[in-house]
Design a protein around this ligand. Sequence first.
Ligand code: ADP
Ligand code: MG
Length: 372
Amino acid sequence: MLIGRKRGNQVNPTGRGSDGPLVELRGVRKTYGEAVAVDAVNLAIDRGEFVVLLGPSGSGKTTILAMLGGFITPSAGRIFIEGQDVTTLPASRRPTVTVFQDYALFPHMTVEANVGFGLEMRKVRKPERQGRVDEALRMVGLEGFGKRSIHQLSGGQRQRVALARAIAVKPTVLLLDEPLGALDLGLRRQMQEELVGLQKKLGVTSVHVTHDQEEAMHIADRIVVLNRGRIEDLGSPDRVYLAPTTLFTATFMGESNILAATVSGRRDGLLHLRTPFAEVRMEGRAPDGTTTVHLSVRPEHIRLGPVAGAISFGRVTIRETVFQGAHRRCHAVSMQEGETDLLIRVPAEHPVRSGDRPEVFVRREDLVLLAD
Ligand code: ADP
Ligand code: MG
């Protein structure tokens, strides 16, 4: 199955201007002995897209990126770039360039020499090289830094040099493996914005790896959620956050309340579910014979006090509230059927306090039925 978009007519053997996706992985798999690092990954990426591979450590992100970049050969499956089968093509002959987490800069060389390195490897002549180095440095905000040596630069500046070296080559596909991972939080957020700006300005198709879901939401056109070498979910940041398809995505992408529900009936295309808080009828399907399903609801979607048309989840006891700047995060328990925990997020100005016993409400559209 091809995830993400329909396949274009057919692979264009000339590799020029095909109307299919720019990058395509078909049934890509990588094993190490018995261990499966990447399993049956199908992914199509359009020209100009900024795709983020998001997943916990060990989920196969780096392995997928390295297969795209030509540093690892898949055990099975094929990889196409611009319609050309590049599955066994070495890195140096691909239209890709990779920015590594540790930047892999040459510490004894100047900024200029580092940025020009990829161009030299690609046999770009010196006069043109200088122009492209200067342009790349300008793009990343390091104009005039060419003669400095790497060890005179801060972490953020080194990161920019690595980025300049990559874009100087004008790759068709830019591959980024946790490029902001070594930066402190403030700088990381700033660099995220710069990276998005740069990517849009250049229009370069990019695949970016991170385990940071906030970073993914910040920069991605599309997020690919990975778990144990497989694609769990794939879509725009809003879709993946607001309507995660699986239990894994719901718990990995920010905080969620996961409710176990019993299927008590199926009528008129509606599932009748019994949760620890309320009976719920909602659209959706569960495979025949399934008796329990999971629902997720975001903490900010649990409302204190009556909301027209919403489902009452009954009274809860607020056990603890923590002020978090823009909002207040509350830990509550329901006493309805045994003790059930609920995480609630309200605007910071909300006067809720521990010990309060508000009735809480959830709108039907904020309940998400998950595939396990
Ligand atoms: P991520 O980048 O998401 O942290 P990786 O792609 O690096 O994950 O690794 C995916 C899985 O493959 C992990 O379980 C890892 O231990 C395994 N793996 C990666 N490289 C090798 C290797 N060279 N030999 C054996 N196992 C590997
Ligand atoms: Mg990795």
